[in-house]
Design a protein around this ligand. Structure first.
Ligand code: B12
Ligand code: SF4
Length: 484
C-alpha cells in the first residue's frame, strides 16, 4: 500500500543514441511525446512527475523513482529494454507499453514489472490504483469500452516546449477507420474500438489552451469521422489557427470536408498515396485508394492552397526497378511539396508480417533496422540492394534543387509556388542551419517563419499564372544532398 505521493519518471527512449549518420536532429526535435504526457495526466496532483525525451535532452539514470514508465516503439525497443533493466536492477518498478510491447508482449515482459497492451487511457489509471494498493498486475490489456471521453487534460506542463519546432502537436482521435495490411493499427487496437474520437468540445478546449497560431494534428486520419471533423472545423473557424494534419486519398476527393478544413486553417496535409499499382493496393488491402484519381487529389489540394506531404512505399510485390523514378516524377509533376518515402516494413503484429513470415521472406528481426530505410524482407521483383539504393535515390532526386523548383511551378499562383519552394528547401536543404538552431535552443524563434510559410494562399488580387511545362525548366544544377 502506498499512501504518499509517487515519484514517477516517464521516458521516451531515442531510437539509438544520436550517433547514426542518419540521425537528423530536426526530425527528432519536431514533436513532444504526447502519449506519455497523456498518461501523466492520470497522476494525482501531489505526485511528482518528470518527462524525459531522450531525442532532445540528456537522460540521467542516476535517480531512483518509485515508478518508471517507458514508451517502446519498434526502433527504440533495445534501448528501452536496456533502460528498463537498469532501473529494475535499482529496485524501481518499471512499466513498459506502446506499439512494440503490444506487438510482442512476450519479448518485452522479461524487462518489465508490468506491461501494457494497446492504448493506455483505460489501463494506466487502473494500474495506478493497483500500484498504490500494492497489488500491481504483470499485464494490463486494453479492451472493449476504451474511450477518450472524460480523460483529464494532457500534462503539457511537463513538455519542454523550447526543445521542439512543433510543441503544439495534438491528437484528437485514436486509430483509423481503414485496415491496411502493413499498418500498425489493427494489431494495436485489437480487442476494442480501433477508431474513436474525443468529444468536439474537449478537442476545441485543448486547441484553445495552446498558445500561438500553428498546430500539427498527429491523428492517423483527421478526416476519418466526417461528423466529428465537420464540427471540429466549424468550431475552429475564426480561431485564426494554421494547421497541418493527415488524411487518406478518398477523403480528400469526397464531399466538401477538405474545403471546410481549409477554411478552418488547414495548410498542409500528409496523404498516404503509398503506391500507384492497383495490384499492390489490393494486396495490401488499401481499398480506399483503389480507382482514385491521385492527380485529382493533388489538384484539389493545390487549388485550396494546401501543401502536400505525400507518403510513398517502395518494395511491394508489384514494384520493379522503374518504381522509384516513376514515383518521383509523378510527385514532382503534381506539385507534391514534401515526400516521405518508405521501404516497405513488415512490423511484427501486422498482416503483412504474418504473410511474409509464412512465405519465409523475413530476412532480419533486428528491430533497429525496422526504420523504413532498410530492407528486412525479400522483395518479389527487386533485390534488397536495389530496393535500398532506389529508396535513397528517390530522396536525392526529389529534393534536388531542380525538382524542388519544378514541383513549385506545378501550382497556379505565385504565392503557392513560393511557399512550396521555401517549405521543401527549408526541410531538406538547410540541415546545418537547423542543427545550429537546435544546439542554440532557439527552435521557438522559428515558429513565426513556419507560420509565415503556412499562411493562406489567397487568389484575391493575384493572377493565376499559367503553369510552366517541365520542358521549359533548366536541369538541376545544385549538388544533391545526401538522402534522409
Ligand atoms: C509523431 C510520430 C513520430 C515523431 C515523434 C514521436 C514522438 N515524439 O512520440 C517522429 C517524427 C520522431 C517519428 C519517427 C519515427 N516513427 Co513515428 N509516428 C509518429 C505518430 C504519427 C504519432 C505518435 C503519437 O504522438 N501518437 C499519439 C499518442 C497519444 O499515442 P502513443 O504515442 O501511441 O501513446 C499511447 C499508447 O501507445 C500508450 N503507451 C505508450 N507508451 C506507453 C507506456 C505505458 C506504460 C502505457 C501504460 C501505455 C503506453 O498509451 C498512449 C496513450 O494511449 C505515429 C502514428 C500514431 N498514430 O501513433 C507514428 C509511428 C509511431 N511511427 C512509426 C515509425 C515506424 C517511426 C520511424 C521508425 C519511421 C521513420 N522512418 O521515420 C521513426 C523512428 C521513431 C523512433 N524514435 O524510434 C510507426 C511505429 C511502428 C511500430 N510498430 O513501432 C508509427 C505507428 C507510424 C506508422 N503508421 O507506422 N514518429
Ligand atoms: S489509412 Fe493509414 S492509418 Fe489508416 S490503416 Fe491505412 S495506413 Fe493505417
Amino acid at each position: 500500500m502506498r499512501r504518499g505521493p509517487l515519484k514517477v519518471k516517464f521516458i521516451l527512449p531515442a531510437l539509438t543514441e544520436a550517433k547514426s549518420p542518419f540521425w537528423r536532429p530536426i526530425k527528432y526535435s519536431l514533436f513532444p511525446p504526447l502519449g506519455l504526457a497523456t498518461l501523466a495526466a492520470f497522476l494525482r496532483p501531489d505526485d511528482e512527475a518528470e518527462l524525459v525525451d531522450d531525442h532532445v535532452e540528456p537522460l540521467r539514470t542516476d535517480d531512483a523513482p518509485d515508478l518508471v514508465v517507458i514508451q517502446v516503439y519498434i526502433t527504440n525497443a533495445y534501448r528501452a529494454y536496456r533502460l528498463a533493466d537498469l532501473y529494475r536492477a535499482k529496485g524501481c518498478f518499471v512499466a513498459l507499453g506502446g506499439l512494440h510491447v503490444t506487438s510482442l508482449p512476450d519479448e518485452a515482459a522479461p524487462h518489465a514489472d508490468a506491461i501494457f497492451i494497446g492504448p493506455g487511457e483505460q489501463t494506466f489509471p487502473r494500474f495506478l490504483a493497483d500500484f498504490r494498493a500494492g497489488e500491481p498486475q504483470q499485464r494490463y490489456v486494453s479492451t472493449a469500452g476504451r474511450t477518450l471521453e472524460c480523460i483529464p487534460p494532457i500534462r503539457r506542463d511537463l513538455i519542454r516546449r523550447e526543445l521542439y519546432l512543433v510543441p503544439n502537436s495534438i491528437v484528437v482521435t485514436r486509430g483509423c477507420p481503414q485496415h491496411c495490411d502493413f499498418c500498425y493499427k489493427d494489431a494495436f487496437f485489437a480487442g476494442g474500438r480501433s477508431f474513436y474520437t474525443q468529444r468536439v468540445d474537449a478537442a476545441l478546449a485543448e486547441i484553445d489552451r495552446l498558445p500561438g497560431r500553428h498546430l500539427y494534428f498527429l491523428d492517423d486520419h483527421l478526416l476519418g469521422d466526417r461528423r466529428f471533423a465537420e464540427a471540429l472545423f466549424e468550431g475552429m473557424r475564426g480561431m485564426g489557427r494554421l494547421f497541418q494534419g493527415a488524411a487518406t486519398v478518398d477523403s480528400v476527393l469526397r464531399g466538401d470536408l477538405i474545403e471546410r478544413a481549409a477554411e478552418a486553417g488547414l495548410r498542409s496535409l500528409f496523404v498516404g498515396f503509398e503506391t500507384f499499382d492497383p495490384a499492390n493496393l489490393r494486396a495490401s488491402n488499401k481499398k480506399q485508394n483503389l480507382a482514385r484519381d491521385y492527380a485529382a487529389v493533388a489538384r484539389r489540394l493545390s487549388d485550396l492552397g494546401i501543401m502536400i506531404n505525400g507518403s510513398f512505399v517502395f518494395g511491394m510485390d508489384e514494384d520493379g526497378p522503374d518504381v522509384f523514378d516513376r514515383t518521383v516524377d509523378w510527385a514532382v509533376r503534381n506539385g507534391v511539396t514534401t515526400a516521405t518515402f518508405h521501404v516497405q516494413t513488415p512490423y511484427p503484429g501486422t498482416r503483412l508480417h504474418q504473410s511474409l513470415a509464412a512465405q519465409g521472406r523475413i530476412l532480419s528481426s533486428n528491430w533497429d533496422l525496422y526504420d523504413t530505410r532498410h530492407v528486412v524482407y525479400r522483395p518479389a521483383r527487386l533485390s534488397p540492394e536495389a530496393l535500398e539504393a532506389g529508396y535513397h535515390r528517390a530522396y536525392r532526386d526529389f529534393y534536388g534543387w531542380g525538382n524542388i523548383a519544378r514541383g513549385a511551378l506545378a501550382h497556379d499562383t505565385v504565392r503557392h509556388r513560393a511557399k512550396h519552394f521555401f517549405y521543401a528547401a527549408g526541410w531538406k536543404k538547410f540541415e546545418p542551419l537547423w542543427d545550429m538552431v537546435i544546439k542554440a535552443r532557439r527552435l521557438r524563434r522559428m515558429t513565426p517563419l513556419l507560420e509565415a510559410v503556412l499562411s493562406k494562399v489567397s487568389r484575391r488580387g493575384e493572377e493565376r499564372v499559367t503553369a510552366r511545362t517541365d520542358k521549359s525548366l533548366p536541369p538541376p544544377e545544385a549538388p544533391l544532398l545526401p538522402a534522409e
